[in-house]
Design a protein around this ligand. Structure first.
Ligand code: NAD
Ligand code: DEZ
Length: 383
């Protein structure tokens, strides 16, 4: 078989090369000619997979190593009898790490404890749902806006978007891009929602850029530069609006989910789905192939105040400021669109919180509780 894979899918050779010739290509420029002779196509979110790309090709299976699927015309694939798989949840916890790092940063800047802010999560699926679990475990009050879930779950846990904006201190958007149906998300955060934000609120957007009206946000920020917005996803990536970029408190090039762990999980999920599709045995497992952790463990004293311990472990693992500074360096050196994609391609190795083993000399206590809630792996003596 011939396999065409995006150059930014780690371990694709290790998982797939046994099944045929593997060709790597830059995803954003993939052409019809390049994929015509492929049997399997493995992409990321930057490749639009549709009739235009695949008509007349030999492709029988398409996999996207991402959670998002809005770049794939799934109906067309189904009509053509082409198998399809995505990687649900693969990097969900990495996005959670990004949000927790951001909350800690603003907490430190403002001298506000994490638990003193109410976090509103819009879209509580794998990413938002898991984030809510971690934040609640940390003692943070969370509000959830997720109308599709609210319609099914008859729980009182859900609020409207308007109520969430009114009551939350942080509004964190994690919805997929959905253009039709009962709950479309294109410009879900519309001009009127953006106007309703209070200056002391924090807006985080890490779902898809089109879920937030970028023009309205830029206008609001011009008038109200103290409003803090954290933008990981943008309209019109990679050639994003430079004015909005400058007005954002934290600006990153769609890397919230870019941990090595999240990406590798995505590759493994595609390998499993491809094997199922072609009736092949699943012989490989990520555990056998995963690269070594550069930073394996950290020891925390029992006297460390829990919030200090959390800050220390979070910073050790991931600090969102690094990515905002790095993005600015790439932008200056290469210009916006090229810098955006280059930083993503050369993204430094980042590991999920769960890969850092925190050694405690004691089995219980507030430090352990806080670190476990945030998602770190704890090693402590048995009680
Ligand atoms: N920035 C990144 O690096 C990054 C990483 C991973 C995922 N994502 C994006 O985040 C999205 C969500 O990921 P997920 O794993 O949680 O997906 P998911 O499918 O598990 O969950 C999506 C949730 O959004 C809810 N939803 C749908 N329409 C809504 C609406 N109108 N208002 C509020 N909620 C709505 C759904 O009911 C569901 O609970 C992905 O589709 C992807 O686009 C971004
Ligand atoms: O949907 C996802 O999983 C994320 O948005 C993913 O991290 C996007 O990465 P890309 O495919 O653009 O490299």
């Amino acid at each position: 078989m011939r396999i065409v894979a995006d150059e930014n899918i780690p371990l694709a050779e290790a998982f797939f090369a046994d099944h045929g010739e593997l060709v790597r290509l830059p995803g954003r420029e993939m052409t019809r000619e390049q994929v015509r002779d492929a049997d399997i196509l493995l992409v990321r979110s930057v490749t639009r997979v549709n009739a235009e790309l695949l008509t007349g090709s030999r492709v029988r299976f398409v996999g996207t190593a991402t959670i998002g699927r809005d770049h794939v015309d799934q109906d067309w694939l189904a009509e053509q009898g082409i198998g399809f798989a995505s990687a649900p949840g693969c990097n969900a916890d990495s996005v959670g790490d990004y949000v927790i790092s951001t909350l800690l940063l603003f907490g430190e800047e403002d001298g506000v404890a994490l638990t003193d802010r109410v976090v509103g999560v819009v879209g509580a699926g794998n990413v938002g749902g898991r984030l809510v679990e971690r934040l609640r475990a940390l003692g943070i009050r969370c509000l959830i806006c997720d109308p599709p879930r609210a319609a099914q779950e008859s729980s009182e846990d859900f609020v409207s978007l308007e109520a969430l904006i009114e009551q939350a201190d942080v509004v964190s958007v994690h919805t997929p891009l959905i253009k039709g149906g009962d709950h479309p998300t294109h410009h879900l955060l519309s001009g009127s929602h953006i106007e309703a934000l209070r200056t002391d609120q924090i807006l985080i957007s890490a779902g898809r850029g089109d879920c937030v009206d970028g023009r309205a946000l830029s206008v609001r920020l011009e008038r109200d530069p103290d409003l803090r917005v954290v933008l990981d996803v943008w309209e019109n990536e990679p050639d994003i609006d430079e004015v909005l970029y400058r007005r954002a408190a934290i600006a990153t090039p769609h890397i919230a989910g870019y941990s090595l762990d999240g990406k590798l999980r995505g590759t493994e999920m595609l390998y499993q789905a491809m094997s199922r599709h072609f009736g092949l045995p699943v012989r490989k497992q990520l555990g056998q192939l995963k690269p070594e952790n550069w930073l394996r463990r950290i020891a925390i004293s029992r006297r460390a105040p829990p919030q200090e311990a959390l800050l220390l472990c979070t910073r050790t693992c991931y600090d969102v400021r690094r990515d905002t500074l790095l993005f600015e360096r790439y932008r200056r050196q290469y210009g916006m669109a090229k810098g955006f994609d280059l930083m993503r391609r050369e993204y430094p190795t980042r590991r999920e919180f769960s890969t850092l083993r925190v050694e405690l000399k004691h089995s219980a206590g507030a430090v352990r509780e806080v670190l476990e809630s945030a998602g770190f792996a704890i090693r402590a003596p048995r009680k």
